[in-house]
Design a protein around this ligand. Structure first.
Ligand SMILES: [Cu+2]
Length: 148
């Protein structure tokens, strides 16, 4: 009889210890999971942009040949294989197409970016160099991406 009582007590103690261990491990895991997620989120943003997002604006009015408005900034420098996003703030369609106007060279191409739209992140070449690009719809718009 005594043995049974002790056995029950022992089981209760074991159960409560397991509960405490579980509670500790759950509590212990949560911060590290949060940290891991935070780290992943940082990496996801940082890795694709080499630590910084490069965005070139297609300013309002840049579809006008004599407006003087053009890709802003006209020259950017990025790491090999980094992405660049073009932010079209104009009321006309634009592209950022690598090559000497009016001939695309196939190194990169944003495709048509709608008015008040952003392009998808466009992957730059991995080969270091200076890449001229232009707008296929407004070939007087010219910019440069330097990969280094
Ligand atoms: Cu254009």
């Amino acid at each position: 009889m005594t043995f049974e009582k002790q056995d029950v007590a022992f089981r209760a103690l074991t159960a409560s210890m397991i509960f405490v261990l579980l509670a500790v491990s759950v509590v212990g895991m949560s911060p590290s999971e949060v940290l891991a997620q935070g780290t992943n989120a940082t990496n996801a943003t940082g890795a694709s942009e080499g630590g910084s997002q490069t965005t070139v604006v297609m300013p309002l009015g840049s579809s006008g040949a004599t407006s003087g408005a053009g890709y802003e900034p006209p020259e950017v420098t990025v790491s090999p294989g980094a992405t660049v996003t073009w932010d079209n703030q104009d009321n006309a369609l634009h592209t950022a197409t690598s090559g000497q106007p009016p001939t695309p060279d196939g190194k990169f191409d944003s495709g048509i970016v709608g008015a008040n739209q952003e392009s998808k992140p466009v992957t730059m070449p991995t080969e270091p160099g200076e890449y001229t690009y232009f707008c296929t719809l407004h070939p007087f718009l010219v910019g440069t991406v330097t990969v280094q």
